[in-house]
Write a protein that binds this ligand. Sequence first.
Ligand SMILES: Nc1ncnc2c1ncn2[C@@H]1O[C@H](COP(=O)(O)OP(=O)(O)OP(=O)(O)O)[C@@H](O)[C@H]1O
Ligand SMILES: O=C(O)c1ccc[n+]([C@@H]2O[C@H](COP(=O)([O-])O)[C@@H](O)[C@H]2O)c1
Length: 225
Amino acid sequence: MTSRRRSGPITGLLGGSFNPAHGGHRRISLFAIDALALDEVWWLVSPGNPLKPAAGMAPLAARVASARRVTRHTRIRVTAIERELGTRYTVDTLRKLLARYPKRRFVWLMGADNLAQFHKWKDWRRIANLLPIAVIARPGYDADALASPAMVWLRRFRKPLSSLRSPERWSAPALVTLRFDPDTRSATAIRQTDPDWARTSGTRASRSMPCRDAVTHRPIPGTAA
Ligand SMILES: Nc1ncnc2c1ncn2[C@@H]1O[C@H](COP(=O)(O)OP(=O)(O)OP(=O)(O)O)[C@@H](O)[C@H]1O
Ligand SMILES: O=C(O)c1ccc[n+]([C@@H]2O[C@H](COP(=O)([O-])O)[C@@H](O)[C@H]2O)c1
C-alpha cells in the first residue's frame, strides 16, 4: 500500500515507447494534470517495452528528442530514467522510483489499450498495490479494457477523481477513469505515413553534448552525436 507519509508533489507517470511522441501523448498528459490536479507528469521513455519487438523501434535518443519537442513549455518532464536505473519492467522501475523519491505521490497514467494488456505485465497486481492508476479512454480500446482480465480484479478498487486530490484519501490499489474528447492519434499511424521519422525529423542526436534528463539532470547516454 502507498504510505500516508507521501504528501509532496503529485506526479503522473506516463510510460511509453514514444516511437515517436505525438500530440495525443501531450494532450492526455495535460488533461490528466488538469483533471487530477497533478504538479507535473514525467514521461518515462522506455529503453524497450518488454512486450514489443526491438525491430522497428527507433533509438532511445531519437524517441527522447521527439518527446522533448512535443512537450515544450508544459509541466511534462521527459526522462529516460529506466536507462539509468537499469530497469525495463514497470514494477522494477516503480520500486526504485518510490525509494528514490519518498516524499512524492505518484500516479500511473495509461491509455485504455495498455489496460487491455495489463494482465500480461510482470507483477501487475503488485504495480496496482504500489500506486493509484488512472486510465485514459482511447478510441477503439475502451471495450477491450473494460472486459480485460486486469479489470476484473481492478474493478473493486474504482475510485472517484477526487480521491487522488488529497493526501488523506491517497491509497492504492485505486483505479480512476479519465474521459474526455477521444484522441485518435497514434505512433503506429505516424510510422505508417513516415516510417523514416527518426532519420528525417531532425530528432536524431545532432548535438556534440548529450541532452540532459529532465528528472535526474544527468546526461542521457547515447544522445550526443
Ligand atoms: N491517443 C491516445 N489516447 C489515449 N492514450 C494514449 C494515446 N496515445 C498514446 N496513449 C497512451 O500513452 C502511453 C504511451 O503510448 P505509446 O508510446 O505506446 O504511443 P502509441 O501511440 O500507443 O504507440 P503505438 O501506436 O506504437 O502502440 C500508453 O499508455 C498509451 O496507451
Ligand atoms: O512491466 C511490464 O511487464 C510491461 C509490459 C509492457 C509494457 N510496459 C510498460 O508500459 C508502458 C507503455 O508502453 P508502450 O510501448 O505501450 O508505450 C511503458 O512504460 C512500458 O515499459 C511494461
